[in-house]
Design a protein around this ligand. Structure first.
Ligand code: ITT
Ligand code: NA
Length: 183
């Protein structure tokens, strides 16, 4: 099997490629992007993106829309995670969290998958953790150095360990359940 994965994010691509490789699926990156709806949920963004590209290329495609949801900030940055990473970065997010005792946060990935002419499917995955007090670790990408999972940040975990427990892994597991069970 071969899957077209539409993303401009190197870190995401590497993770999805490594995870699906262990299931014998080859992943090809397409960097052409898709229009991102302004929504406060990831599901419609992933669904619309997957359907848009599937119909444009006339091929089945996968997309991944992700974000970090911080409890003390009422779920911010959530679907705005990319914008916040670009404009503020981890240190300013930590600054916003300086006075907060509630460190709870979760990462969420929604995998969107669509075949041309069909309705898009979405597969969500979540991992719960905490916002650290400083950046730790050099692995992963994006918010990984400030997201603590069972005492270690995703930046400290290393790719292989992250890929066993991550939001993205959980979303891909759901996708695989569907993908491998259909006729
Ligand atoms: P594409 O839309 O091209 O796939 P993107 O980087 O714009 O790439 P998102 O809109 O899903 O992707 O952005 C989510 C933001 O959250 C972005 O800043 C990512 O770097 C970050 N992010 C996503 N998954 C992450 C993960 O597993 N660990 C840390 N940060 C992550
Ligand atoms: Na995106």
């Amino acid at each position: 099997h071969k899957i077209i994965f539409v993303t401009g994010n190197k870190g995401k691509f590497a993770e999805v490629r490594d995870i699906l490789k262990t299931f014998g699926i080859e992943v090809v990156q397409n960097k052409n992007g898709y229009p991102e709806l302004q929504e406060d949920e990831l599901e419609p963004i992933a669904a619309y993106g997957a359907q848009y590209v599937a119909n444009k290329l006339n091929m089945s495609v996968m997309v991944d829309d992700s974000g970090i949801f911080i409890n003390a900030l009422n779920g911010f940055p959530g679907p705005y995670s990319r914008f916040v990473e670009d404009k503020l970065g981890n240190l300013k997010v930590l600054k916003m969290m300086e006075e907060e005792e509630d460190r709870a946060a979760y990462f969420k990935t929604v995998i969107g998958y669509c075949e041309p002419g069909k309705e898009p499917l979405v597969f969500p995955g979540i991992v719960e953790g905490k916002i650290a007090y400083e950046e730790r670790g050099t692995g992963g990408f994006g918010y990984d150095p400030i997201f603590e999972y069972q005492g270690m940040t995703f930046g400290e975990l290393g790719d292989e360990e992250k890929n066993k427990v991550s939001h993205r892994r959980r979303a891909i597991d759901k996708f695989l359940e569907w993908f491998s069970s259909r006729a």
